[in-house]
Ligand binder design. Structure first.
Ligand code: ZN
Length: 447
Protein backbone atom coordinates (compact mmCIF):
# COMPACT_ATOMS: atom_id res chain seq x y z
CA UNK A 1 0.00 0.00 0.00
CA UNK A 2 2.68 2.42 1.10
CA UNK A 3 4.98 1.38 -1.74
CA UNK A 4 2.17 1.89 -4.23
CA UNK A 5 1.49 5.37 -2.88
CA UNK A 6 5.17 6.24 -3.12
CA UNK A 7 5.41 4.97 -6.67
CA UNK A 8 2.40 7.09 -7.55
CA UNK A 9 4.05 10.19 -6.07
CA UNK A 10 7.30 9.31 -7.84
CA UNK A 11 5.57 9.09 -11.19
CA UNK A 12 3.37 12.12 -10.68
CA UNK A 13 6.17 14.42 -9.56
CA UNK A 14 7.70 14.57 -12.98
CA UNK A 15 4.68 14.25 -15.19
CA UNK A 16 2.84 17.35 -14.00
CA UNK A 17 3.00 20.92 -15.19
CA UNK A 18 5.83 22.71 -13.33
CA UNK A 19 3.55 24.68 -10.99
CA UNK A 20 1.71 21.50 -9.97
CA UNK A 21 5.00 19.66 -9.40
CA UNK A 22 6.16 22.48 -7.12
CA UNK A 23 2.97 22.15 -5.09
CA UNK A 24 3.30 18.39 -4.85
CA UNK A 25 6.98 18.54 -3.90
CA UNK A 26 6.18 21.01 -1.14
CA UNK A 27 3.57 18.67 0.28
CA UNK A 28 5.70 15.53 0.01
CA UNK A 29 6.98 14.51 3.44
CA UNK A 30 10.78 13.99 3.74
CA UNK A 31 10.33 10.31 4.63
CA UNK A 32 8.63 9.72 1.28
CA UNK A 33 11.61 11.24 -0.53
CA UNK A 34 13.89 8.93 1.43
CA UNK A 35 11.82 5.90 0.42
CA UNK A 36 11.83 6.95 -3.21
CA UNK A 37 15.61 7.37 -3.03
CA UNK A 38 16.11 3.90 -1.60
CA UNK A 39 13.84 2.24 -4.15
CA UNK A 40 15.55 4.07 -6.99
CA UNK A 41 19.00 3.25 -5.61
CA UNK A 42 18.24 -0.48 -5.50
CA UNK A 43 16.93 -0.36 -9.07
CA UNK A 44 20.00 1.53 -10.31
CA UNK A 45 22.47 -0.77 -8.58
CA UNK A 46 20.89 -3.94 -9.95
CA UNK A 47 20.81 -2.45 -13.44
CA UNK A 48 24.50 -1.53 -13.25
CA UNK A 49 25.46 -4.95 -11.85
CA UNK A 50 23.56 -6.77 -14.60
CA UNK A 51 24.44 -4.77 -17.68
CA UNK A 52 27.50 -2.57 -17.26
CA UNK A 53 30.79 -4.43 -17.94
CA UNK A 54 32.65 -2.01 -15.66
CA UNK A 55 30.38 -2.50 -12.65
CA UNK A 56 30.06 -6.26 -13.24
CA UNK A 57 33.84 -6.55 -13.16
CA UNK A 58 34.32 -4.29 -10.14
CA UNK A 59 31.60 -5.95 -8.07
CA UNK A 60 32.95 -9.41 -8.86
CA UNK A 61 36.47 -8.37 -7.90
CA UNK A 62 35.24 -7.03 -4.59
CA UNK A 63 32.70 -9.75 -3.86
CA UNK A 64 29.88 -7.24 -3.83
CA UNK A 65 26.46 -8.87 -4.16
CA UNK A 66 24.29 -6.07 -5.58
CA UNK A 67 21.11 -7.87 -4.56
CA UNK A 68 22.02 -7.46 -0.90
CA UNK A 69 22.97 -3.79 -0.97
CA UNK A 70 20.28 -1.42 0.27
CA UNK A 71 22.26 1.77 0.78
CA UNK A 72 25.33 3.33 -0.93
CA UNK A 73 27.33 3.33 2.30
CA UNK A 74 27.21 -0.50 2.28
CA UNK A 75 29.53 -0.40 -0.71
CA UNK A 76 32.41 0.42 1.65
CA UNK A 77 35.34 1.96 -0.16
CA UNK A 78 34.00 1.33 -3.65
CA UNK A 79 33.76 4.49 -5.77
CA UNK A 80 33.65 5.43 -9.43
CA UNK A 81 36.12 8.11 -10.51
CA UNK A 82 36.61 10.37 -13.49
CA UNK A 83 39.77 8.39 -14.12
CA UNK A 84 37.64 5.21 -14.45
CA UNK A 85 35.55 6.95 -17.12
CA UNK A 86 38.69 7.84 -19.03
CA UNK A 87 40.51 4.54 -18.54
CA UNK A 88 37.66 2.09 -19.23
CA UNK A 89 35.79 4.28 -21.71
CA UNK A 90 32.13 5.25 -21.52
CA UNK A 91 30.98 2.05 -23.26
CA UNK A 92 31.99 -0.04 -20.26
CA UNK A 93 29.38 1.85 -18.25
CA UNK A 94 26.44 1.51 -20.63
CA UNK A 95 23.32 -0.29 -19.50
CA UNK A 96 21.04 0.77 -22.34
CA UNK A 97 20.99 2.27 -25.81
CA UNK A 98 22.10 5.92 -25.87
CA UNK A 99 20.61 8.66 -28.04
CA UNK A 100 23.21 11.33 -27.39
CA UNK A 101 26.52 12.12 -25.68
CA UNK A 102 28.25 15.06 -24.05
CA UNK A 103 31.81 15.65 -23.01
CA UNK A 104 33.59 17.30 -20.19
CA UNK A 105 37.15 18.48 -19.98
CA UNK A 106 38.30 19.15 -16.48
CA UNK A 107 41.21 21.20 -15.27
CA UNK A 108 43.38 18.14 -14.70
CA UNK A 109 43.53 16.29 -18.02
CA UNK A 110 43.14 17.21 -21.68
CA UNK A 111 41.42 13.85 -22.34
CA UNK A 112 37.64 14.38 -22.27
CA UNK A 113 35.23 12.25 -20.30
CA UNK A 114 32.33 11.06 -22.47
CA UNK A 115 28.89 10.59 -20.99
CA UNK A 116 25.91 9.01 -22.78
CA UNK A 117 22.19 9.63 -22.33
CA UNK A 118 18.77 8.76 -23.72
CA UNK A 119 16.22 11.27 -24.96
CA UNK A 120 13.91 10.12 -22.19
CA UNK A 121 16.53 11.06 -19.58
CA UNK A 122 16.97 14.39 -21.28
CA UNK A 123 13.27 15.05 -21.04
CA UNK A 124 13.16 14.07 -17.36
CA UNK A 125 16.09 16.35 -16.55
CA UNK A 126 14.34 19.12 -18.45
CA UNK A 127 11.19 18.67 -16.38
CA UNK A 128 13.20 18.68 -13.21
CA UNK A 129 15.05 21.86 -14.19
CA UNK A 130 11.74 23.44 -15.15
CA UNK A 131 10.50 22.91 -11.60
CA UNK A 132 13.61 24.61 -10.19
CA UNK A 133 13.33 27.54 -12.59
CA UNK A 134 9.62 27.89 -11.87
CA UNK A 135 10.46 28.22 -8.19
CA UNK A 136 12.87 31.04 -9.10
CA UNK A 137 10.07 32.86 -10.86
CA UNK A 138 10.19 32.02 -14.59
CA UNK A 139 6.73 32.23 -16.16
CA UNK A 140 5.40 31.75 -19.74
CA UNK A 141 5.53 35.49 -20.51
CA UNK A 142 9.32 35.64 -19.90
CA UNK A 143 11.96 36.01 -22.63
CA UNK A 144 14.89 33.71 -21.92
CA UNK A 145 18.30 34.14 -23.60
CA UNK A 146 21.20 31.80 -23.12
CA UNK A 147 24.87 32.23 -23.94
CA UNK A 148 25.91 28.78 -22.77
CA UNK A 149 28.70 27.18 -24.75
CA UNK A 150 26.94 24.64 -26.97
CA UNK A 151 30.01 22.68 -28.00
CA UNK A 152 29.65 19.18 -26.49
CA UNK A 153 28.23 20.82 -23.35
CA UNK A 154 25.11 19.53 -21.68
CA UNK A 155 23.76 22.75 -20.13
CA UNK A 156 22.19 24.46 -23.19
CA UNK A 157 20.38 21.24 -24.11
CA UNK A 158 18.92 20.77 -20.65
CA UNK A 159 17.91 24.43 -20.59
CA UNK A 160 16.16 24.12 -23.94
CA UNK A 161 14.20 21.15 -22.62
CA UNK A 162 13.29 23.03 -19.44
CA UNK A 163 11.98 26.14 -21.18
CA UNK A 164 9.78 23.96 -23.38
CA UNK A 165 7.96 22.84 -20.25
CA UNK A 166 7.89 26.41 -18.94
CA UNK A 167 6.48 27.52 -22.29
CA UNK A 168 8.44 30.76 -22.54
CA UNK A 169 10.21 32.49 -25.42
CA UNK A 170 13.78 31.25 -25.70
CA UNK A 171 16.83 32.04 -27.81
CA UNK A 172 20.08 30.09 -27.70
CA UNK A 173 22.83 32.58 -28.63
CA UNK A 174 25.78 30.30 -27.96
CA UNK A 175 28.88 31.55 -26.20
CA UNK A 176 29.68 34.55 -28.39
CA UNK A 177 31.59 37.70 -27.43
CA UNK A 178 29.66 39.51 -24.67
CA UNK A 179 29.59 42.74 -26.72
CA UNK A 180 28.07 40.99 -29.73
CA UNK A 181 25.57 39.29 -27.45
CA UNK A 182 24.67 42.64 -25.90
CA UNK A 183 24.07 44.29 -29.28
CA UNK A 184 22.09 41.43 -30.77
CA UNK A 185 20.07 40.50 -27.67
CA UNK A 186 19.11 44.07 -26.81
CA UNK A 187 16.27 44.40 -29.39
CA UNK A 188 14.57 41.35 -27.80
CA UNK A 189 14.91 42.77 -24.25
CA UNK A 190 15.48 39.34 -22.67
CA UNK A 191 14.48 39.45 -19.02
CA UNK A 192 16.20 36.19 -18.00
CA UNK A 193 19.80 35.62 -19.09
CA UNK A 194 21.79 32.40 -18.73
CA UNK A 195 25.58 32.15 -19.05
CA UNK A 196 28.78 31.11 -17.36
CA UNK A 197 29.53 33.38 -14.38
CA UNK A 198 32.75 34.88 -15.82
CA UNK A 199 30.92 35.58 -19.09
CA UNK A 200 27.98 37.19 -17.25
CA UNK A 201 30.47 39.41 -15.46
CA UNK A 202 31.90 40.67 -18.76
CA UNK A 203 28.40 41.22 -20.15
CA UNK A 204 27.53 43.23 -17.05
CA UNK A 205 30.61 45.42 -17.45
CA UNK A 206 29.38 46.27 -20.96
CA UNK A 207 25.82 46.83 -19.77
CA UNK A 208 27.16 49.06 -17.03
CA UNK A 209 28.59 51.39 -19.69
CA UNK A 210 25.90 51.15 -22.35
CA UNK A 211 22.73 50.70 -20.33
CA UNK A 212 20.49 47.86 -19.13
CA UNK A 213 16.87 46.88 -19.56
CA UNK A 214 14.27 45.40 -17.21
CA UNK A 215 15.57 42.04 -16.02
CA UNK A 216 13.96 39.43 -13.76
CA UNK A 217 17.14 37.50 -12.98
CA UNK A 218 20.42 36.18 -14.34
CA UNK A 219 21.47 32.58 -13.98
CA UNK A 220 25.04 31.27 -13.91
CA UNK A 221 26.12 27.69 -14.44
CA UNK A 222 29.38 25.88 -15.07
CA UNK A 223 31.72 27.46 -12.54
CA UNK A 224 31.95 29.21 -9.21
CA UNK A 225 31.76 32.96 -8.67
CA UNK A 226 33.00 35.28 -5.95
CA UNK A 227 30.36 37.15 -3.96
CA UNK A 228 31.99 40.45 -5.04
CA UNK A 229 31.46 39.62 -8.69
CA UNK A 230 27.88 38.56 -7.98
CA UNK A 231 27.18 41.82 -6.18
CA UNK A 232 28.51 43.79 -9.12
CA UNK A 233 26.32 41.92 -11.64
CA UNK A 234 23.24 42.30 -9.43
CA UNK A 235 23.92 45.99 -8.96
CA UNK A 236 24.26 46.62 -12.70
CA UNK A 237 21.03 44.84 -13.62
CA UNK A 238 19.12 45.60 -10.40
CA UNK A 239 18.22 41.92 -10.43
CA UNK A 240 19.39 38.80 -8.61
CA UNK A 241 21.96 36.41 -10.03
CA UNK A 242 21.39 32.75 -9.12
CA UNK A 243 23.94 29.98 -9.46
CA UNK A 244 23.52 26.29 -10.08
CA UNK A 245 25.91 23.46 -9.40
CA UNK A 246 26.30 20.50 -11.69
CA UNK A 247 28.59 18.37 -13.80
CA UNK A 248 28.30 16.86 -17.25
CA UNK A 249 28.59 13.43 -15.61
CA UNK A 250 25.48 14.19 -13.56
CA UNK A 251 23.66 15.43 -16.68
CA UNK A 252 23.60 18.98 -15.47
CA UNK A 253 22.12 20.27 -12.30
CA UNK A 254 22.84 18.63 -8.96
CA UNK A 255 21.52 21.62 -7.08
CA UNK A 256 20.20 25.14 -7.55
CA UNK A 257 20.17 28.20 -5.32
CA UNK A 258 16.91 29.60 -4.00
CA UNK A 259 16.18 33.32 -3.52
CA UNK A 260 18.30 33.31 -0.35
CA UNK A 261 21.45 32.10 -2.17
CA UNK A 262 22.75 30.18 0.83
CA UNK A 263 23.81 26.97 -0.84
CA UNK A 264 22.30 24.80 -3.55
CA UNK A 265 19.03 22.97 -2.93
CA UNK A 266 19.78 19.36 -3.81
CA UNK A 267 18.03 17.28 -6.41
CA UNK A 268 17.43 14.37 -4.03
CA UNK A 269 15.03 12.59 -6.36
CA UNK A 270 17.68 12.12 -9.05
CA UNK A 271 20.79 11.71 -6.91
CA UNK A 272 21.94 10.18 -3.69
CA UNK A 273 24.54 12.49 -2.13
CA UNK A 274 27.28 11.53 0.31
CA UNK A 275 30.45 13.10 1.74
CA UNK A 276 32.13 9.97 3.15
CA UNK A 277 35.16 11.72 4.65
CA UNK A 278 34.73 15.15 6.18
CA UNK A 279 37.02 17.61 7.98
CA UNK A 280 36.23 19.22 11.32
CA UNK A 281 33.93 21.73 9.61
CA UNK A 282 31.96 19.00 7.86
CA UNK A 283 33.46 19.59 4.41
CA UNK A 284 34.45 16.66 2.25
CA UNK A 285 34.48 15.43 -1.33
CA UNK A 286 30.98 15.14 -2.73
CA UNK A 287 30.11 11.64 -3.94
CA UNK A 288 26.85 11.02 -5.77
CA UNK A 289 24.92 8.08 -7.18
CA UNK A 290 22.50 8.66 -10.05
CA UNK A 291 18.98 7.44 -9.23
CA UNK A 292 17.09 8.06 -12.46
CA UNK A 293 19.47 7.05 -15.21
CA UNK A 294 19.03 4.00 -17.38
CA UNK A 295 21.70 4.40 -20.06
CA UNK A 296 24.82 5.20 -18.08
CA UNK A 297 24.20 5.10 -14.33
CA UNK A 298 27.05 6.13 -12.04
CA UNK A 299 27.48 4.49 -8.66
CA UNK A 300 29.19 6.58 -5.99
CA UNK A 301 30.83 8.93 -8.45
CA UNK A 302 33.60 11.05 -6.92
CA UNK A 303 32.84 14.62 -7.97
CA UNK A 304 36.26 16.02 -6.93
CA UNK A 305 34.35 18.98 -5.48
CA UNK A 306 34.67 19.97 -1.86
CA UNK A 307 31.40 20.86 -0.13
CA UNK A 308 29.22 20.18 2.89
CA UNK A 309 25.82 18.47 3.06
CA UNK A 310 23.43 20.82 4.86
CA UNK A 311 20.24 19.29 6.17
CA UNK A 312 19.11 22.16 8.41
CA UNK A 313 15.96 23.73 6.94
CA UNK A 314 16.43 26.74 4.68
CA UNK A 315 14.59 29.95 5.62
CA UNK A 316 12.97 29.90 2.16
CA UNK A 317 10.73 27.08 3.41
CA UNK A 318 11.65 24.52 0.75
CA UNK A 319 12.16 21.27 2.61
CA UNK A 320 14.83 19.82 0.29
CA UNK A 321 18.28 19.95 1.90
CA UNK A 322 21.23 21.79 0.47
CA UNK A 323 24.87 21.55 -0.57
CA UNK A 324 27.05 24.38 0.73
CA UNK A 325 28.74 26.59 -1.84
CA UNK A 326 31.50 24.53 -3.45
CA UNK A 327 34.79 25.45 -1.82
CA UNK A 328 37.18 23.98 -4.31
CA UNK A 329 38.00 21.06 -6.46
CA UNK A 330 39.75 18.53 -4.26
CA UNK A 331 42.78 18.66 -6.52
CA UNK A 332 43.00 22.40 -5.88
CA UNK A 333 43.52 22.00 -2.17
CA UNK A 334 47.21 22.37 -1.56
CA UNK A 335 49.22 21.71 1.56
CA UNK A 336 51.99 24.28 1.84
CA UNK A 337 53.67 26.64 4.29
CA UNK A 338 50.53 28.72 4.42
CA UNK A 339 48.43 25.74 5.59
CA UNK A 340 45.78 23.68 3.76
CA UNK A 341 44.75 26.24 1.19
CA UNK A 342 42.19 26.21 -1.59
CA UNK A 343 40.47 28.80 -3.76
CA UNK A 344 38.13 29.97 -0.98
CA UNK A 345 41.11 31.22 1.05
CA UNK A 346 42.32 33.50 -1.73
CA UNK A 347 38.80 34.57 -2.68
CA UNK A 348 38.37 35.75 0.91
CA UNK A 349 41.66 37.65 0.90
CA UNK A 350 40.81 39.31 -2.43
CA UNK A 351 37.27 40.27 -1.44
CA UNK A 352 36.89 44.07 -1.84
CA UNK A 353 40.41 44.45 -3.22
CA UNK A 354 39.54 45.07 -6.80
CA UNK A 355 35.81 45.65 -7.00
CA UNK A 356 34.44 43.30 -9.59
CA UNK A 357 37.93 42.07 -10.42
CA UNK A 358 37.59 39.42 -13.07
CA UNK A 359 40.09 36.67 -12.52
CA UNK A 360 42.85 35.57 -10.22
CA UNK A 361 45.15 32.61 -9.81
CA UNK A 362 47.40 31.50 -6.98
CA UNK A 363 50.67 29.82 -7.89
CA UNK A 364 52.62 28.02 -5.22
CA UNK A 365 56.32 27.44 -5.76
CA UNK A 366 59.45 26.66 -3.83
CA UNK A 367 61.31 29.76 -2.65
CA UNK A 368 64.86 29.71 -1.42
CA UNK A 369 63.88 29.26 2.20
CA UNK A 370 60.15 28.73 2.17
CA UNK A 371 57.10 28.32 -0.06
CA UNK A 372 56.19 31.33 -2.14
CA UNK A 373 52.57 32.03 -2.92
CA UNK A 374 52.23 34.23 -5.95
CA UNK A 375 48.80 35.72 -6.21
CA UNK A 376 48.13 36.81 -9.80
CA UNK A 377 45.32 39.33 -9.95
CA UNK A 378 43.73 40.89 -12.98
CA UNK A 379 43.05 44.55 -12.37
CA UNK A 380 41.84 47.53 -14.31
CA UNK A 381 42.43 50.01 -11.50
CA UNK A 382 45.39 52.34 -11.43
CA UNK A 383 46.41 51.28 -7.95
CA UNK A 384 50.02 50.19 -7.75
CA UNK A 385 50.81 46.53 -7.10
CA UNK A 386 52.54 47.35 -3.80
CA UNK A 387 49.47 49.28 -2.59
CA UNK A 388 47.21 46.34 -3.45
CA UNK A 389 49.65 43.98 -1.77
CA UNK A 390 49.38 45.98 1.45
CA UNK A 391 45.58 45.63 1.34
CA UNK A 392 45.87 41.90 0.67
CA UNK A 393 48.13 41.45 3.69
CA UNK A 394 45.75 43.47 5.87
CA UNK A 395 42.86 41.24 4.79
CA UNK A 396 44.92 38.17 5.54
CA UNK A 397 45.60 39.46 9.06
CA UNK A 398 42.01 40.50 9.75
CA UNK A 399 40.06 37.72 8.05
CA UNK A 400 42.19 34.61 8.26
CA UNK A 401 44.18 34.76 11.52
CA UNK A 402 45.39 31.15 11.27
CA UNK A 403 46.98 31.69 7.88
CA UNK A 404 48.33 35.04 9.12
CA UNK A 405 50.01 33.32 12.04
CA UNK A 406 51.95 31.12 9.60
CA UNK A 407 52.93 34.26 7.71
CA UNK A 408 54.25 35.88 10.88
CA UNK A 409 56.20 32.71 11.55
CA UNK A 410 57.70 33.15 8.07
CA UNK A 411 56.46 29.77 6.87
CA UNK A 412 55.70 31.30 3.49
CA UNK A 413 55.95 34.48 1.43
CA UNK A 414 52.90 36.04 -0.18
CA UNK A 415 53.46 38.17 -3.29
CA UNK A 416 50.96 39.95 -5.45
CA UNK A 417 51.36 40.33 -9.21
CA UNK A 418 48.91 42.26 -11.32
CA UNK A 419 47.95 41.98 -14.97
CA UNK A 420 45.28 43.51 -17.23
CA UNK A 421 41.79 41.91 -17.47
CA UNK A 422 41.48 38.89 -19.75
CA UNK A 423 45.10 37.74 -19.48
CA UNK A 424 44.84 34.76 -17.11
CA UNK A 425 42.11 32.68 -18.69
CA UNK A 426 42.66 30.71 -21.86
CA UNK A 427 40.03 27.97 -21.57
CA UNK A 428 36.49 27.69 -20.24
CA UNK A 429 37.72 26.91 -16.76
CA UNK A 430 40.51 28.66 -14.93
CA UNK A 431 42.49 26.62 -12.48
CA UNK A 432 42.51 28.75 -9.33
CA UNK A 433 45.33 27.18 -7.38
CA UNK A 434 48.36 25.77 -9.13
CA UNK A 435 51.00 23.86 -7.21
CA UNK A 436 54.21 24.18 -9.18
CA UNK A 437 56.44 22.63 -6.57
CA UNK A 438 56.17 19.07 -7.94
CA UNK A 439 56.96 20.30 -11.42
CA UNK A 440 60.02 22.07 -10.04
CA UNK A 441 61.15 18.92 -8.26
CA UNK A 442 60.78 16.59 -11.26
CA UNK A 443 63.42 16.31 -13.97
CA UNK A 444 62.32 17.93 -17.18
CA UNK A 445 60.36 15.70 -19.51
CA UNK A 446 61.43 15.34 -23.10
CA UNK A 447 58.82 16.85 -25.32
ZN1 ZN B 1 16.26 27.91 0.26
Amino acid sequence: MLTKAIEAIERALLQLEPHRSVKLINSTPPWAVERIQRARFRRTLRLAAERSPFYRLQFRRRNIDAARIEHPSQLGDFYTTGEDLRAYGAHAFLTGRPDTAFETTGTTSPIPKRVFFSNYELEEMGRCSAVALYRLGIRPQDRVFSAYDSSFWVSPVVLKMAVQFLKCFHVEAGKIQPLEFYQRARPYQPNVIFGEPSWLLRLSEIANQHGTWGTKFLFGGGENMTEDAREFVEHVWSAPLYLSYGQTESFGTLGVECQLKEGYHRNDLFFFFETPEVDTEGYGELVYTTLAREVMPLIRYRSSDLTKIVDEPCACGFFVGRLAKIRARCDEVVVCGMGNVGPWVFAEILRDVNGSAPDWQAIIRHGEQRDVIELHLETDSHARADELEAIVLRHLRERLPDFWKNHEMKLYDLRLKTSPPGTLRNGRKLRRVVDQRQMQALPRKNS
